[in-house]
Design a protein around this ligand. Structure first.
Ligand code: PLP
Length: 302
C-alpha cells in the first residue's frame, strides 16, 4: 500500500475515501501461473500499461511507474510464497477531499495477491456455460470510457451479472447501445460462424481485453480467420460455437444463449482453448515472451 508491505488484516482505508463514494479508481485483474520456470505473470507489462492508460483517462496521476509496480508485485508474490495467484493492483482517490473535483485527494496505490481459481469454475471451462443477454446495455463511450478499467464502471457489469444470475444463468452478455453484441460482464466474446471467428471491435464499447488480444494472436497463428466486426444478436443464437475470455474466467465456451442451444464446446473453441491454456502455463514455446517470471530463491538442498 503506497510503497509499504502491509499485512492482509491491516490493509484498511478511511470510510471517506473518495473512490468508495464516487468510484474514482482504476484497477487491473492479472494472473500469475505456476510454470516450469517458476511463478509467471501473464502479460504483466500489458496489464500495467492498461492501468496507466485507465489512470490517465480518469485524471488520476500515478506516483509509481510500471517498473516499480512490477517489482513490488514480484516481491509481494515472493513474500507470500505463492506459486500461482490472482493479482489486483488498484489506484484510487483516497482520503483528503470530498466533492467531485477533488484534486487534492491523494491517489493511493495498492496491490493485493491471493490464490483464486477460475472465475466461472473448472466445469464451465470444460463443459461450457449458459449465458443470457442482459436487459442492461454496456456503458457507452458517450457517457463513460469503455476502454478504461475503472471501478465505478463496474456497476454496469454488476447490474447485468446480478440480473442474469438471479434468472439462473452462468453469465451475462451485454449488447452495446446500438443493440449489437458487446461482451460478457467480465469477459470479451467470440463467435465462430461458417469458418470465421468474429469478435466485436473497439467501437463496440468493449474493454480492450488482454486475453482477447492473446486469443486473436493465437487463433491467427493457428491459421483461423479472425475478424473484428459488429456482431448481431441473432448471430449469437446461430453461432456454430461461441466463447468468452478474460483474465479471471480464462477461456470459457458458451453452450447456450437465451435458451438457444449452441452445443457443447466445439472443435475450434477447444483447439484455441488448449493453446491459450498452454500459453498461460508456460507450455507454449512461441508465447513464452508473454510471461513475466518471478525470481524466487531456489531451494538449497541439505
Ligand atoms: C468488462 C470486461 N471485459 C473484458 C474483460 C477481459 O479483459 P482481460 O482479458 O484483459 O482480463 C474484463 C476483465 O478484465 C472485463 O472486466
Amino acid at each position: 500500500m503506497n510503497g509499504e508491505f502491509v499485512a492482509w488484516d491491516d490493509a484498511k482505508v478511511h470510510v471517506l475515501s473518495h473512490g468508495l463514494h464516487y468510484g474514482t479508481g482504476v484497477f487491473e485483474g492479472i494472473r500469475c501461473y505456476e510454470t516450469e520456470r517458476g511463478p509467471a505473470i501473464f502479460r504483466h507489462q500489458d496489464h500495467l500499461r492498461r492501468l496507466a492508460s485507465s489512470a490517465e483517462l480518469y485524471y488520476l496521476p500515478l506516483e509509481y511507474g510500471a517498473d516499480e509496480l512490477r517489482e513490488a508485485t514480484h516481491e509481494l508474490i515472493r513474500r507470500n510464497g505463492l506459486a500461482s495467484c490472482y493479482i489486483r493492483p488498484i489506484a484510487f482517490r483516497g482520503y483528503g477531499e470530498m466533492g467531485l473535483y477533488a484534486h487534492s485527494a491523494p491517489v493511493d496505490v495498492t496491490i493485493a495477491v491471493w490464490p483464486w481459481g477460475s472465475y466461472l469454475g473448472e466445469e464451465a471451462k470444460r463443459e461450457g456455460i449458459r449465458a443470457k443477454v442482459s436487459s442492461w446495455r454496456r456503458i457507452s463511450a458517450a457517457g463513460l470510457i469503455p476502454h478504461a478499467k475503472a471501478s465505478g464502471q463496474y456497476l454496469n457489469s454488476i447490474l447485468a451479472k446480478t440480473e442474469t444470475a438471479k434468472a439462473g444463468y452462468d453469465e451475462a452478455i451485454l449488447l452495446d447501445e446500438g443493440g449489437n453484441v458487446c461482451e460478457g460482464s467480465g469477459e470479451n466474446l467470440f463467435v465462430v460462424r461458417e469458418g470465421e471467428i468474429a469478435t466485436p471491435g473497439h467501437t463496440a464499447s468493449i474493454l480492450d481485453g488482454i486475453s482477447r488480444k492473446s486469443v486473436i494472436q493465437i487463433a491467427s497463428d493457428l491459421g483461423y480467420e479472425v475478424v473484428e466486426r459488429d456482431i448481431a444478436r441473432s448471430e449469437l443464437y446461430l453461432a456454430d460455437e461461441a466463447f468468452l475470455c478474460g483474465t479471471a474466467a480464462e477461456l470459457v465456451p458458451v453452450r447456450e444463449v437465451d435458451d438457444h442451444e449452441i452445443g457443447p464446446p466445439g472443435e475450434v473453441t477447444k483447439v484455441i482453448q488448449a493453446k491459450f491454456e498452454d500459453a498461460l502455463h508456460g507450455r507454449a514455446q512461441e508465447y513464452l515472451e508473454w510471461l513475466d517470471v518471478v525470481e524466487v530463491a531456489s531451494k538449497v538442498s541439505s
